[in-house]
Design a protein around this ligand. Structure first.
Ligand code: NAP
Length: 307
């Protein structure tokens, strides 16, 4: 039998994303062994009970011993402390990767703590749901979605190829990108939409009682999709905004200017401007559908072909 892709993998954090990738590794026999690291005993027990790992520990330093791959799957705010703790225990040739939604952070917070001979290959699966924890994961989460890898120039090519193989096994389409470019693209495609959703749901929540109950009653008119996005994990999203500050502020600045333009067109009764804008945006939607990126991932039992 061929050797597995990795001898031993440590997942530091085993929530939605970590557990989904661990399920892929288990399903395809991609590692000789898996160790999971989580803070809470409940998460560790769940990971063991679900068979996601062979061992579970709360100590990141113990988790990485003897591993040839370490994947950070915690909120971004935990990265620096974890890197500091695991650095001295990483074996020569080990690959350190992650799944975080902001990529320049790996160079800032993780790289300085890695010893020579350890390869850093940051990654971001552009797939997810609004759920958290090891029970919410599923092996099919990444199928048909992009995973972006942001290795810096000079990173060991063999190490990058092994991480590409891992994500391809998960059903992802893999792209390489510069970390800063990734953070700009994601600021407009993911981070700013979350600002809008959190804000609009917050605004509705602050409305007087009578209006608020009507908002929930008539949610299907468009508000519903915002409530789904605004139900995303608060800690994860706090960390995304704290760690992609410049790109998010730049995109929010542009958005604010564009909203002022729409506001003016509505005030002036300028139907032509509104119609031109809405026709252009409809084209974008057609492009998203044509690229097959319009269907949100859902656990297999929940799939009704929703949009
Ligand atoms: P999650 O379901 O909340 O799981 C987070 C995991 O990290 C849990 O096992 C948690 O352990 C552990 N953890 C949290 N804080 C920690 C700390 N300070 N030290 C050590 N372990 C800690 O989160 P997730 O949705 O999988 O997100 C994980 C990463 O994936 C984030 O960086 C996020 O940016 C990225 N990502 C998320 C999505 C998405 O849609 N959710 C999509 C793409 C990428 P306990 O349970 O013991 O606290």
């Amino acid at each position: 039998m061929a050797d597995p892709l990795f001898r031993r993998i440590a997942f530091i954090g085993i929530g939605l994303i970590g557990s989904s990738l661990a399920r892929v590794v288990r399903r395809d026999g991609l590692a000789g062994g898996i160790v999971a690291c989580a803070r809470s005993a409940a998460t560790r027990e769940t990971a063991l009970r679900l068979g996601l790992c062979d061992e579970a520990t709360e100590d990141p330093a113990a988790a990485v011993a003897g591993c040839d791959l370490v994947v950070l799957c915690t909120p971004l705010g935990a990265y620096e402390d974890i890197a500091r703790r695991i650095g001295p225990h990483l074996q020569e040739g080990c690959i350190v990767s992650d799944v975080g939604s902001v990529k320049a952070l790996m160079d800032r917070a993780v790289k300085p703590h890695l010893p020579p001979g350890v390869h850093m290959v940051p990654g971001h699966p552009v797939a997810g749901t609004e759920n958290s924890g090891p029970e919410s994961g599923f092996a099919e989460l990444f199928e048909g979605h992009f995973t972006v890898l942001t290795p810096s120039a000079g990173t060991d090519e063999a190490a990058v190829r092994r991480i590409e193989a891992l994500w391809r096994a998960a059903g992802s389409m893999v792209e390489r990108m510069d970390a800063g470019h990734h953070d700009q693209v994601l600021a407009i495609t993911s981070h700013v939409p979350h600002v809008i959703a959190y804000t609009i749901v917050g605004t509705a929540t602050d409305l007087e009682d009578r209006l608020r109950s009507e908002v929930i009653k008539f949610a299907a008119s468009g508000f519903r999709d915002f409530t789904r996005i605004a139900a995303s994990d608060p800690v994860m999203w706090r960390d995304i905004f704290l760690n992609n500050k410049d790109a998010v502020l730049e995109m929010l600045g542009r958005l604010t200017e564009d909203i002022a333009g729409v506001q003016r067109a509505i005030r002036d009764g300028d139907g032509a401007t509104l119609e031109t804008l809405f026709t252009r945006t409809r084209e974008i939607r057609r492009g998203v559908v044509a690229a097959g990126q319009h269907i949100a991932p859902a656990p297999p039992e929940d799939r009704h072909g929703e949009d």
